[in-house]
Write a protein that binds this ligand. Structure first.
Ligand code: DGL
Length: 253
């Protein structure tokens, strides 16, 4: 049987990570779950995030069946709750955290930005990442929930207002950074537009490809070449979605 990989986020952001994993491991079976009942996670406190994420994750089996690996495709959830989650669940868990290390290594000017949710940029884990891997850089932190809403709208309705995006990125545009970390999985969905409204010379960096390599490294030996046995990708959501272009099962969590 193909291994069953569950990819989790508060909303559609994790699909940007899922795409990388599917490309690296096409024969795995996937479930994608979004906790849109509590979207946006970026405005929750650490204690609210911990309580909610543990509540959802410890009941996943009931709704999704057994799975072999869990990807927390959400920087906000990973930077706050990963350690706690690992102590509660008995499956391998891969988290997604801002790609500060590669950005610090590749930046020429050593002036880098981290664009993430308010909960991610104000968090001790993120500060530790900066201290460990980027203390030779000038690191600017930009927090935004509006960008999460813009990415959700673009994903579901295909609509994006460049003026609104430009306003939301005003501070980033004024900075002198040469590298911008997309520290929220929603942001790669609108990366071409972000690139368009900020300095086009600026390099955007996200964690998607690295996460896919990590998942492959863990599951590599279990991968079956028999793709016939794998089920179709199933999406789950914890709240109703209007105008959904996907076949989504709503679960009560
Ligand atoms: N996609 C999530 C992240 O990577 C969070 C979006 C939100 O719910 O605020 O942080």
């Amino acid at each position: 049987m193909s291994p069953h990989i569950v990819v989790f986020d508060s909303g559609v952001g994790g699909t940007s990570v899922l795409a990388h994993i599917q490309k690296a491991l096409p024969s795995a079976h996937y479930s994608y779950i979004m906790d849109n009942k509590f979207l946006p996670y970026g405005e929750l406190t650490k204690s609210a995030l911990n309580t909610r994420i543990v509540e959802v994750m410890t009941q996943l089996n009931i709704h999704l069946g057994c799975f072999d690996l869990l990807v927390i495709a959400c920087n906000t959830a990973s930077t706050h709750t990963l350690e706690l989650l690992r102590s509660k669940l008995d499956v391998p868990i891969v988290g997604v955290v801002p790609a500060i290390k590669p950005a610090a290594q590749t930046s020429t000017s050593k002036e880098i930005g981290v664009l993430a949710t308010p909960a991610t940029i104000s968090n001790e884990y993120t500060k530790r990442l900066i201290g460990d891997f980027a203390n030779h850089c000038d690191v600017r932190l930009f927090g935004s929930t509006e960008l999460v809403a813009i990415a959700e709208k673009y994903f579901w309705q295909g609509e994006l207002c460049l003026k609104q995006l430009s306003r939301a990125l005003a501070e980033v545009k004024l900075s002198n950074i040469d590298t911008l970390v997309l520290g929220c999985t929603h942001f790669p969905i609108i990366a071409p537009f972000i690139k368009q409204v900020i300095n086009s010379e600026c390099t955007l960096v996200d964690s998607g490809a690295a996460i896919a390599r990590r998942v492959k490294g863990i599951l590599g030996n279990e991968l079956s070449v028999d793709t016939i046995k794998k089920g179709p990708l199933q999406y789950y959501a914890t709240a109703p979605i209007e105008q959904s272009k996907l076949d989504i099962k709503q679960i009560d969590l």
